[in-house]
Ligand binder design. Structure first.
Ligand code: PLP
Length: 451
């Protein structure tokens, strides 16, 4: 239900926000965050009553949709029963959440270490890999985001790391597969896959396998472009890891829990990583939660030997109760199947149709409810609509496209020259079509820059 609370309330919220809140990743003077009055399902609304269909799922975490009544109820019930018990104790919902997650992960998985979010999950995954192997280096991709804590930002390959450099030592960068802008000059998926694996093989040789603890990858690269790995790539990485005793870490913070139509995206390719990190979709962020799912082999490392890491709120009861409820709701409501259907029957075909009409759409790629349109000024040269890492005036064309979406009641997710189509997994087919119709109109703005 849309609730309009007066302009006075909105002014007060804006005033406190502007005066006291430091917002992430932005020059404070350059932003004007929209006060949000409420949300339900796939929509949120502001204090004027203007509703937005959310094609961003916030930060690609609102997989179950806003204010799911059963999920809200589960949190309330847990709050009345037990708000907090430290990780030093056993607790019913913590154990149950871990069991439900392990049972839905790849068959080699054994235990969960809970964190409060994705960055901490990656920090701990790297620590586990280093302790398990006794080695220190980690191979991490250029086109990646792994979080903003010290270790996670060091793993991150995109420009968000620049301000934190020099970061943690021992991170070695590699190029992952991305056929549309291939670092390997490949022209087919098969070539891209083969050359990307060969590139890793070469890196391992020159870095020294005996120094490499882990290869970390986003199973489907998220913020850096929804890069779906070509057939054979993940299996190739697995094989290299097996050959050299390297731990394979799949960061599924964004791609997991329904985003790609499976519990974990890697299940599309039948590959078993050694560690999977998760957060966001596990409970859609109703209460902060993340974690690392670890294989039997890695869990065994910490049987006789302490795991030297911990967090006061690890496995927080409110977070775990909400993860249990969310997983049960996903199953009861067939949300994984629905997300797959949205991808194959509605969003995928709808976006390809937009690409036929709009010259500015250079490429459409994705699966489930995890899609990207790459916008260009020229399809032949694939010149991006805005340059890499564009900000300020250089970003104007993308800002104009985003504004056209927002004016029409669609909240987009834009990054550099791309718009990602990442609505909640529970978005109805009709809502998705309504969003695509708005994108259709907004793309005429992007077409205006086509040369
Ligand atoms: N890993 C990936 C793939 C992500 O997309 C993100 C956040 O967007 C993170 C890790 C960091 O998660 P958090 O913001 O919960 O620390």
């Amino acid at each position: 239900m849309t609730e309009v609370i007066g302009a006075a309330a909105e002014a007060e919220i804006r005033a406190d926000d502007r005066a006291y809140v430091l917002h992430s990743w932005s020059a404070q003077a350059a932003i004007d965050p929209l006060p949000i009055a409420g949300a339900e399902g796939s929509y949120f609304w502001d204090y004027t009553g203007k509703r937005y269909l959310d094609f961003s799922s916030q930060l690609v975490n609102m997989n179950i949709g806003y204010q799911h009544p059963r999920l809200v109820e589960a949190i309330k019930e847990q709050a009345e029963r037990l708000c907090m018990i430290s990780p030093a104790f056993a607790n019913d919902v913590r154990g149950k959440a871990a069991r439900l997650i392990v049972e839905r992960a790849t068959p080699n998985m054994d235990k969960v270490f809970f964190t409060n979010g994705g960055a901490e999950a990656n920090e701990n995954a790297v620590r586990m890999a280093r302790l398990h192997t006794g080695r220190h280096k980690v191979l991490a991709a250029y086109r990646s985001y792994h979080g903003a804590t010290a270790g996670a930002i060091a793993l991150t390959g995109d420009p968000r790391r620049w301000a934190s450099e020099p970061g943690t030592p021992g991170i070695v960068r590699y190029w992952g597969p991305y056929l549309y802008r291939s670092a390997f000059h490949a022209t087919t998926e098969a070539e891209e896959s083969e050359r990307a694996v060969q590139h890793l093989r070469d890196l391992i040789e020159v870095e020294g396998a005996q120094t490499i603890a882990a290869i970390v990858l986003e199973t489907v690269v998220g913020t850096n472009g929804i890069l779906v790995p070509p057939a054979g790539y993940l299996a190739g990485v697995r094989e290299l890891c097996d050959q050299h005793g390297i731990v394979m870490i799949a960061d599924e913070v964004m791609s997991g829990f329904g985003r790609c139509g499976e519990w974990f995206a890697i299940q599309h390719w039948g590959v078993e990583p050694d560690l999977i990190t998760f957060a966001k979709g596990v409970n859609s962020g109703y209460v902060p939660l993340g974690g690392v799912v670890m294989s039997q082999a890695i869990a065994a490392t910490f049987n006789e030997r302490a795991y030297p890491g911990g967090l006061t709120y690890s496995g927080h009861p409110l977070a775990c109760a909400s993860a249990v409820a969310s997983i049960e709701i996903f199953e009861d409501e067939g949300i994984l199947e629905h997300a797959r259907m949205l991808g194959t029957d509605v969003i995928g075909p709808g976006l390809r149709e937009l690409a036929e009409r709009h010259p500015s759409v250079g490429e459409v790629r994705g699966l489930g409810v995890f899609w990207a349109l790459e916008l260009v000024t020229d399809r032949q040269s694939r010149t991006p609509l805005v340059p890499f890492n564009a900000a300020g005036d250089a970003a104007a064309p993308m800002n104009a496209f985003a504004a056209a979406c927002k004016d029409r009641g669609l909240w987009p997710f834009t990054h550099f020259n791309r718009t990602h189509v990442v609505p909640p997994c529970t978005t109805t087919a009709d809502e998705a079509r309504a969003g695509l119709a708005i994108l259709d109109e907004a793309l005429t703005v992007a077409d205006g820059y086509y040369v």
